[in-house]
Structure formats: structure tokens, C-alpha cells
Design a protein around this ligand. Structure first.
Ligand code: PEP
Ligand code: MN
Length: 338
């Protein structure tokens, strides 16, 4: 269940509710919203006396949660969450945040070039992998900490926030020293130790949907991070594996409005991994925005033909500029800004 405090409830009243929850043998997670505070009650509450909580001072209502994910659900929080990233980006508000950059950070010069280009075109964040999850152990695995340093330099030069993947629990401390947003890759969506560790992280998490994860599994993965203490989760649809092979992955855009219906978390779409083909990216980026996406994550490379990873799905600078112009028009049509 979830205890929704009244709009003007005092911190002491919330604290009292927390004490009652503990007395009942349950655990709590307090989510302080812009308008109201919500106390998510964690544990088997089926046979507990909800009336005690309902009667406590400052309580507006006690809501029974039906979804398996309690804290990520719309029942827990009716208003949409806005997740701030870095100093100027946010996801879930009016702005559609576009994060762009190469699949992998390959070199300082190349990354600084792409950073300037995507900034000029209107991106709010830079992407780039320093730790790469590769299918083959013989393929390029990323530059590691050197890649993070290059990204940090690009942030300094452009003012754009940086988003990069963290693959393992042992990397969380290092990656969050540099990054503004910690990306969980599709292959790690069900790495529950990593999700729990990110619950203790101080930076927002961009959680990519697993290659074969259902919507419930996706939101339960987000639940691990929120329940661990980090409410700043951005969901990212990046396509799923299907029988279809004209694309790298099938991009199921109906999940965008469906996630908005069942969850308050912002939703970003990755049409680069979602199609695997650069010539399909712009159309799917526009469709994602029309469907209500709160952001996009796009692979951009100065010379896609020679990219070390994911060149076939990367836009060059000119293509990205053109994509941004058309995404802006769609954004306006759905009363958003890009
Ligand atoms: C990436 O963003 O480069 C990446 C590896 O994505 P995914 O985890 O979605 O495959
Ligand atoms: Mn990639």
C-alpha cells in the first residue's frame, strides 16, 4: 500500500506515519514530491490494519497497490516524475531531452567534435560508452576510465550533461564520479545486484529495457533502484528481440503510452538500437515523440562508416541536425519542446 500525505502535511506527520509502518512490521520508503509526500509501504501488507494509517494526522488517503511494482506505479504517485540530469537537462517535463553521441568513446578528438556538433543541433546530453558490453570478448571493450575523462572534458567544453553505461557493481563509484546519468544496458536490466547498488547511487539512472523483458519485468527492475533509495529512474525502450530480421531489434512504441499509463517515470526511446539502421532512425524518433516519449537517445558519429561500434545505426552530424529539425516540429505538434 501507499500512504499519500495531504498537500500541507508536516515532516513530523510523515515521520509519525513512518513509525506506525515500522510498528506494523513493515518497511517504508518516503518519496517527497513537488506537491505531496508519499510513504510507500514495503512488505506483505495484506493482513495489516490500514485504518491506523488512514486515521493518522496529515494523511490524505491510503491506497492499495495492485501492480507488482509499487513505487514505480501510477497508483503510488499520480503526477508524472520529472528527473533532472546535470545542470540543465530534465526528463518528464515539457522538454524532450535528446541525448546524443557515439556508441563508444573512441578518441578525444572525435568525441569533442561530435559533442560540439550535437550541442549545436540542440541535444541536452552526451552519450558514449566507456565500458562496453560486447557480444564477443575479442571486440573493442571501450576505453574505460580514459573514456570517462574524455566525456568529462566534453561536458566542460559544451555544458552538456553526460550519460554513460555502468556494467558492474564495482564500477558504480568510478562511473558516478564522472557521469551525470548512469546507464544500465539492456543486457544488465536483470542484474539485480547492479540495480540494488544503483539504488544507493547519487546520480539518476537510465534503465534500458532488456532484450526479452516484459513491461512488468522492466518496471520491477526500476523498482529495485527506487526501493534501494534512488527515485531518479528514466526508463528507456531500446527495442526487443523478435522473429523479425529486417531490423536489429523491433521497436514497440505502444509501450510509451502504456508505460505512462501504469508508471509515473519518464520514458526515453532509443531508435538507434531499436532499428539498427541509420536510415530508419529519424522516422522512429519522430514517431516516438508523437507517441509521448520524454526523450530520445541517438547514436551520432563523425564518420559512421569507420565507427568502432554500431556504425550502421549511427547518424552523421548532418543527418542528426536534420533529425533534430524534424523532431522539433513533431514536438511542437504535441505541445512539447525539443
Ligand atoms: C548502447 O547504448 O550503446 C548499448 C549498448 O545499448 P543496449 O544496452 O540498449 O544494447
Ligand atoms: Mn551502441
Amino acid at each position: 500500500m501507499v500512504v499519500v500525505m495531504k498537500a500541507g502535511a508536516s515532516p513530523e506527520q510523515t515521520e509519525h506515519v513512518v513509525e506506525l509502518v515500522k510498528e506494523m512490521g513493515l518497511r517504508e520508503n518516503v518519496i517527497v514530491g513537488e506537491e505531496r509526500t508519499v510513504v510507500a509501504v514495503v512488505g506483505d501488507d495484506r493482513f495489516k490494519d490500514r485504518g491506523r494509517l488512514q486515521a493518522a494526522p496529515g494523511v490524505d488517503k491510503v491506497v492499495k497497490i495492485l501492480a507488482p511494482y509499487k513505487q514505480a506505479s501510477r497508483e503510488a504517485r499520480t503526477e508524472r516524475s520529472v528527473v533532472a540530469a546535470g545542470t540543465s537537462a530534465s526528463f518528464g517535463g515539457k522538454q524532450i531531452g535528446v541525448i546524443a553521441g557515439p556508441c563508444s568513446v573512441e578518441s578525444r578528438d572525435g568525441f569533442l567534435k561530435v559533442a560540439e556538433a550535437v550541442k549545436d543541433a540542440g541535444a541536452v546530453g552526451l552519450r558514449g560508452g566507456a565500458f562496453k558490453p560486447r557480444t564477443s570478448p575479442y571486440a573493442f571493450q571501450g576505453l574505460g576510465e580514459e573514456g570517462l575523462q574524455i566525456m568529462a572534458e566534453a561536458r566542460e567544453k559544451t555544458g552538456l550533461m553526460i550519460c554513460t553505461e555502468v556494467m558492474a557493481v564495482e564500477q558504480v563509484d568510478l562511473v558516478q564520479q564522472y557521469a551525470d546519468v548512469l546507464q544500465v544496458g539492456a543486457r544488465n536490466m536483470q542484474n539485480y545486484n547492479l540495480l540494488a547498488a544503483l539504488g544507493k547511487a547519487t546520480k539518476p539512472v537510465l534503465l534500458k529495457r532488456g532484450l526479452a523483458a516484459t513491461l512488468d519485468e522492466f518496471l520491477l527492475a526500476a523498482e529495485y533502484i527506487i526501493d534501494g533509495g534512488n527515485p531518479n529512474v528514466i526508463l528507456c525502450e531500446r527495442g526487443i528481440r523478435t522473429f523479425e530480421d529486417y531490423v536489429r531489434n523491433t521497436l514497440p512504441l505502444a509501450i510509451v503510452p502504456e508505460l505512462h499509463r501504469v508508471s509515473h517515470l519518464p520514458v526515453v526511446v532509443d531508435p538507434s538500437h531499436g532499428t539498427g539502421k541509420s536510415y530508419l532512425v529519424e522516422a522512429m524518433a519522430k514517431a516516438a515523440v508523437a507517441a509521448g516519449a520524454d526523450g530520445l537517445i541517438i547514436e551520432v558519429h563523425p564518420d559512421p562508416e569507420h565507427a568502432m561500434t554500431d556504425g550502421a545505426q549511427s547518424l552523421d552530424h548532418e543527418q542528426f541536425k536534420q533529425m533534430m529539425a524534424s523532431v522539433k516540429r513533431i514536438a511542437q505538434a504535441v505541445d512539447r519542446e525539443a
